[in-house]
Design a protein. Sequence first.
Length: 550
Amino acid sequence: MPRLIRLQPLACIVANLACGVGTSGTAGLSGAEDTGEASTSVASSATALADTGGGADSSGNGNALFDVAGAEGGNPGDACAVGDDMNGIGGCELSAPPDAFEPDVQWTWMGDSGDSLAYVMPLVANLTDDNGDGRIDVCDVPDVVVIASATLESPGHIYVLDGATGSLHVRFETPVANRVTPALGDIDGDGMVEIVAAEHGTEGHLLAFEHTGELAWTSDLTARYQTGEESVALGDVDNDGDVEISFGDTMFDHTGHRLWDLGINMWSKTAVLADLDDDDDLEVVIDHRVVHHDGTPMWEGPADLVDSAWMGYPQVADLDDDPEPEVLFTCYYGITMFEHDGTVKWHSLRPTGDQPTSSTWRRPATIHDFDGDGEAEFAMSSNQHYSVFEADGTVLWSAAVLDASGVAAGTAFDFLGDGTAEAMYADEVSNMVFGAGGEVLLQTPRTSRTAIEYPVVADIDNDGSAEIVVVSSDSFYGDELSPTVQVIRDVEDRWIQARRIWNQHTYHVTNVREDGTIPQVEPHHWELLNTFRTNAQIEDGGLCMPEPAG
């Protein structure tokens, strides 16, 4: 039976986490104090760092499991600088015991200044110099970025929370749209992460913020949005060294100047940036159509299938084991699969039998190997079901959820390092982690209207073990509101280490380095990890993937 976590009374323990961690996946904890900012539940003591024989590196970090280039007798700062360009995937050696789903609330954040409702997913990156060395890098504790507001209609504010404790670093005073998912990354080449969000109001501008909360720029033209199901994406679409900003059918440069606008009256605007034609430029996948980096058409779904109700969510991965990626499209009518060139493989499937309504099938999907066979499957919700599907659309398993209202997505992570990813979904009352047959391994309470948000998996405290970050908003059922943000860990920190970043709604690992820099030429994620909206494991200084279980 899954263990249902009950939230603890507001009490705060600050864990001063050592930057280096051993292969045991535990971190040194010391110096507990009461900050009054967040509720934490951490282990009362920690296992000493495992000695792997390598000793401390030249930066003073013992046996760090960083996705970085180590410095052997070189510049001490090199051990904290990202060097892996994500072009190779090693084999993961570490694993966790099969019973490592004993959940614990590491910390909660109840909001600030009257803002206690979070309608979009949290993001994770390093935005603060926690170790005081004058640099912000992956040796600092990652931060959780969340937009919170007082009501559904009111403007939101961006909050930056310490990943280890949940204590508040900074509140951005400029109001933003509370139902548009922002994106973060180094958009101007200054080595610091910026955050791009939408201005409050449906005819608002895009806003770019420095990591300190200072407003860097306001876009020169408005960025229309309609529903609050939109999201921002970052990528160097023309591989010229400058980052572009995609917002639905509109493209901006890194200074906020609008480059092109397709003028599509879209219901939802969550575009995917991917190199579908293997020319190093990134195409923009918007609903059932694809345009080149300059906005010129590449292909569009057949006329007899195209309808306003098609507007939905694209995902990109290799789902038929050929060299090219496919576009998985989820919309009102059901699920459709396109080849990379627009050829329809199959369309409008509704495998669970749920009939189409305004949001039954118009929900984002996640892609991973869920059964250990070495092939990618996809997972998504459909009304009152969360299901994992084989690549041909047949149901692998389906579990009951409570979510008739929203367009929420899910995610997945191989918490045990056994080659089989666990699916995860947050419905209107719970956040759930599912096993290989759809059984609930972990369940924690939350409240939500289930907009476009989903839980995030990342190593947010540099302890060598993944955590789950989930947000909450108001309830349809009159339930007592859950904490705005809560972080769930395994009680013994046995979960395998994830990357320390999650930067946008269409995250697929190779779209961003761990330090927030955006690659000039993005590696093809379908050739390396073949996942989408899931995080990767890291080990021995780089990305890794366990051998399939089957």
